[in-house]
Design a protein around this ligand. Structure first.
Ligand SMILES: NC(=O)C1=CN([C@@H]2O[C@H](COP(=O)(O)OP(=O)(O)OC[C@H]3O[C@@H](n4cnc5c(N)ncnc54)[C@H](OP(=O)(O)O)[C@@H]3O)[C@@H](O)[C@H]2O)C=CC1
Ligand SMILES: CC(C)(CO)C(=O)C(=O)O
Length: 355
C-alpha cells in the first residue's frame, strides 16, 4: 500500500490526513504538539452536506524522531505539504528524511509561488500543486468541519498515472478530488477569491457579515479587477470556481445590497461562522500569507506593466498590522499607519482611493 505523510497538519492537513486514514490509507501526520493533543483522542469529520466520520488512532510522526531518521528508514510515497506559504522554506529542511527519489511532493498552499522553493530543493522529484477550494474550521477540539463546496484539485503530473491513482485513492464524499491540466489558471481563479482574505482579516468579522456590507465588497471588487487585468495580460483564461464566471464576480460584488442579495444568494449561503485563513493568522498574531496572495498580484502586475494600486495598499496595511513573516519582512521597513484593526469599510475605501 502507498504511504502518505502530511507535513504541517493544521486545519487543511488534519482534515486531509484524517480523511485519508478514514479511507484505510497508510498516513502519518507531522504537526505541532497542540494540534496532536486535539487529534490524538479521535477526530470527527463533518461537512456542509452532513457527511460524517469518526476517525480513531491517527498515526503521528514526531519532529524529533523525524530529525533522526534517514530516508532509507522511512517510506513516504506521497508527501503532502500543508504548512502556510511562509513556512515552506523552513519545512524544506525538516522534510529531508522523508524524501526519497520516488517521493511525490504535493504543495497544498493558497496563492502563487509556494512550490518554487520545493522544486528548487528537489529538482528530481515530482512536485505537484494542489488547489484546496473549501474552508475547514475546527468546531471544537478534534472536530474538523468542511464548511464549503469544491473538489480538492491535483495538478496533472508528467506521468498522468500519478495524479490519476491519487484521485482514485482519495476521491470520496468527505474529500471530493479532481485533476487539472491547467493548474496555473486554476490557482489564479482561486487567488481571485482569496484577495478577500485580507479584507476579512482587517474587518475582523465573519465572511458572511463582510459580504453583506457593500463598502467591503467594493474594495474586494477593485482588487479583483486588478487581478483580472493582470491575468488577461498573462493570457490566462480563469476557470469558474464559483457559481459565476471570474469576470462577472466584481460586477456582482459592486451591486447595491438589495440586488446583491438576490443575485449572489449562493455567495451568501456561507456558514455564518466562516472566517478566512488570514483572519486566523492575524487574530493569533501570526505572519500572514499576504505576499503570496495580494502581493503576488502586485508582483506579477509590475512584471507585465499592469498597475495594482489597491492591492499594493492593502498589502502594506496588512503588513503594518500583522506579525512579520520570516521570508519577506524581517528587518524590512514597514509602512506606518494610523489605522487599527478592525478597519471599517469606509477607511478601506479611502485608503484604496488615495493617490
Ligand atoms: N484553512 C482553510 O480553510 C483553508 C486554507 N487554505 C490554504 O491551505 C494552506 C494551509 O492552511 P491551514 O491548514 O489553514 O494552516 P494552519 O496554520 O492551520 O496549518 C499549518 C500548520 O503547520 C504547522 N507547521 C508549520 N511549520 C511546521 C513544521 N516545520 N513542523 C510541523 N508543523 C509545522 C503550523 O504550526 P505554526 O502555526 O506553529 O507554525 C500549523 O499548525 C494555506 O496555504 C492556506 O491558505 C486553503 C483553503 C482553505
Ligand atoms: C476557502 C477560502 C476561500 C475561505 O475560507 C480560503 O481559501 C481561505 O480561507 O484561505
Amino acid at each position: 500500500m502507498s504511504s502518505h505523510v502530511v507535513f504541517g497538519a493544521g486545519l487543511i492537513g488534519s482534515y486531509l490526513g484524517a480523511s485519508m486514514h478514514n479511507l484505510g490509507l497508510n498516513v502519518a501526520l507531522v504537526c505541532r504538539a497542540a494540534v496532536k493533543n486535539n487529534l490524538a483522542k479521535g477526530v470527527v469529520l463533518t461537512d456542509y452536506q452532513e457527511h460524517y466520520a469518526q476517525v480513531e488512532n491517527l498515526n503521528f510522526l514526531d519532529s524529533e524522531i523525524l530529525a533522526k531518521l534517514k530516508p532509507e528508514q522511512i517510506s513516504c510515497d506521497f508527501l503532502w505539504l500543508t504548512v502556510k506559504c511562509h513556512s515552506v522554506e523552513r519545512a524544506l529542511l525538516e522534510i529531508a528524511p522523508l524524501v526519497n527519489k520516488n517521493t511525490v511532493i504535493l504543495c497544498c498552499q493558497n496563492g502563487l509561488g509556494s512550490d518554487r522553493p520545493v522544486k528548487n530543493a528537489y529538482p528530481h522529484n515530482t512536485v505537484l500543486r494542489v488547489m484546496v477550494p473549501f474552508n475547514v474550521v475546527e468546531l471544537e477540539k478534534g472536530h474538523l468541519h468542511r464548511g464549503s463546496e469544491g473538489h480538492l484539485t491535483i495538478e496533472q503530473a508528467n506521468r498522468p498515472d500519478i495524479s490519476e491513482n491519487l484521485q482514485a485513492m482519495l476521491n470520496s464524499e468527505l474529500l471530493p478530488v479532481s485533476i487539472t491540466n491547467d493548474m496555473q489558471s486554476l490557482l489564479w481563479a482561486k487567488l481571485q477569491l482569496n484577495l478577500g482574505n485580507s479584507i476579512n482579516a482587517l474587518a475582523d468579522i465573519p465572511v458572511k457579515s463582510m459580504l453583506e456590507q457593500r463598502g467591503y465588497r467594493l474594495v474586494i471588487a477593485t482588487m479583483m479587477q486588478e487581478l483580472l487585468a493582470v491575468s488577461k495580460e498573462l493570457g490566462l483564461e480563469l476557470p469558474k470556481v464559483t457559481a459565476l464566471p471570474a469576470n462577472l464576480v466584481p460586477h456582482v460584488l459592486k451591486l447595491p445590497n438589495f440586488l446583491f442579495k438576490l443575485v449572489a444568494n449562493k455567495m451568501l449561503a456561507v456558514d455564518p461562522n466562516v472566517r478566512t485563513s488570514m483572519w486566523w493568522d492575524m487574530s493569533q498574531n501570526k505572519p500572514t500569507e499576504i505576499q503570496y496572495l495580494n502581493g503576488a498580484v502586485v508582483g506579477e502586475g509590475a512584471r507585465v506593466g499592469v498597475p495594482t494600486p489597491a492591492n499594493t495598499r492593502i498589502v502594506a496595511l496588512v503588513e503594518a498590522l500583522s506579525a512579520p513573516s520570516s521570508k519577506h519582512e524581517q528587518g524590512a521597513k514597514r509602512v506606518k499607519t494610523a489605522l487599527t484593526r478592525p478597519v471599517s469599510a469606509s477607511q478601506l475605501q479611502r485608503l484604496i482611493r488615495q493617490h
